[in-house]
Design a protein around this ligand. Structure first.
Ligand SMILES: [Zn+2]
Ligand SMILES: [Zn+2]
Length: 412
């Protein structure tokens, strides 16, 4: 017997209702902010992610699902930003639309060791605003994340923000960090030793308990920010204050991807434990240019749907679908079945019948299990009189209805 791959999930019909609800809330809120949906492919050239996320990033180093075909190497997308920016450039959206607000909902793939809250196929609700470096846009996008979480009935979450500054500031921050970590290297994990050489900022993302102890004690001041970047960050904070958004300035927050600059943010939730990020995002002003496109600022974020489910209290009721269930008894009646169903559906009435050869009693039980609103019985008697027996499953009432009046009867 085949089993699903570890770290993947079957979303069964009863759970799909919840997914649809979350997606509907997201679409509605995105449209309030004038975002439009984009659906890039799930598979891209692997090089796209190496270039955007950074060769030394955790994702590129360990987590990409690579597919080799002859000389090409593809990857299932591990995140959405790189694909959206690639699509923005390739479709000349900078020339036709200029500034664009785009959102996406869909699966991402990372070859992680499966554990609670970490899947190999997981789902993101994300957005990217491409074509502006305005700090007000950062405030707006953080407020959008905040409103999405409120819309999903999540509370007790925390929004942490920081600014990495421009590439020069990032260099200064890296050097500061290297300086303050010298002498403490022996207390860091093996991965962090490599990070110290290749990309010291990533040490701040390490989840190793020993490293965390060292990291927590590090004092990181915002002195690395140049005047422009400091002013930009101040404007973001002012914007958030004016919107009354609760946030915490977290100097240790760097996000482990190369493309981020200036504003970075993360949403955490206490119920998620060590893997406590519900979502994250930030600015990536040089990514489009780096990928061969225009020199435009951009900012975005993504929320993990499976993690949202762990903390969201969104209620969803299965909407009553007013199902009409047909039970036909005998050869002749069965022959009428398909045509009758077709007629009901063409009149906008949800309907189904028994395809398992059940007895009357068994079919009635099935109708009840399906939550049918009406059961329609056709047997030899009914056929002779050109009527159907109509049973109201709510009131329990049963009556005969003329075949030509059936639609009218079912509609009221
Ligand atoms: Zn700067
Ligand atoms: Zn470490």
């Amino acid at each position: 017997m085949f089993k699903r791959i570890a770290g993947t999930k079957d979303v069964l019909p009863e759970e799909v209702v919840r997914w649809q609800k979350i997606e509907a809330i997201a679409r509605n809120i995105f449209s309030l902010y004038n975002y439009q949906e984009i659906r890039p492919p799930l598979i891209e050239e692997a090089l796209l992610f190496n270039r955007s996320l950074g060769q030394t990033s955790e994702i590129v180093q360990k987590q990409m699902f690579l597919i080799k075909r002859e000389k090409e190497v593809y990857s299932l997308r591990p995140e959405g930003t790189a694909s959206v920016v690639r699509a923005y450039i390739e479709n000349n959206l900078d020339k036709t639309s200029g500034f664009m607000k785009l959102y996406y909902i869909g699966p991402m793939f990372r070859a992680e060791r499966p554990q609670k809250g970490r899947l190999r196929q997981f789902h993101h609700i994300g957005c990217e605003a491409i074509g502006s470096s305005d700090a007000d846009l950062d405030a707006e996008i953080i407020s959008l994340a905040d409103n999405l979480l409120k819309g999903f009935s999540v509370d007790s979450y925390k929004i942490k923000i920081n600014s990495l500054g421009c590439p020069e500031d990032k260099k200064a921050l890296t050097q500061n960090l290297q300086k303050s970590l010298t002498g403490k290297l022996a207390r860091l994990c093996a991965d962090c030793h490599t990070r110290f050489k290749n990309n010291p900022l990533r040490i701040l993302d390490c989840k190793n308990e020993k490293c965390l102890e060292v990291i927590r004690k590090l004092e990181i001041k915002d002195a690395y920010l140049c005047p422009e970047c400091k002013a930009h960050f101040n404007k973001v904070k002012e914007g958030l204050d004016s919107l009354k958004i609760n946030y915490e300035i977290t100097p240790h927050l760097v996000r482990g991807l190369d493309y981020y600059n200036r504003t970075v943010f993360e949403v955490s939730h206490p119920d998620l434990g060590a893997q406590d990020a519900l979502g994250a995002g930030g600015r990536y002003d040089s990514l489009a240019k780096q990928l061969g496109g225009p020199d435009v600022g951009a900012v975005g974020f993504a929320l993990g749907i499976e993690r949202l489910f762990l903390v969201s209290s969104v209620k969803c009721q299965v909407s009553s679908k007013n199902l009409v269930y047909i039970i036909s008894l005998g050869e002749e009646a069965r022959r009428q079945n398909l045509k009758l169903l077709d007629n009901l559906r063409k009149n906008g009435i949800t309907s189904d019948t028994d395809y398992e050869g059940k007895s009357l009693k068994g079919a009635m039980r099935k109708a009840n299990d399906l939550g049918a609103r009406y059961v329609l019985i056709i047997g030899e008697d009914e056929l002779k009189k050109n009527v159907v027996t109509l049973k109201d499953m709510v009131s329990g009432e049963q009556k005969e209805a003329k075949s030509e009046d059936l639609i009218k009867e079912l509609r009221c």
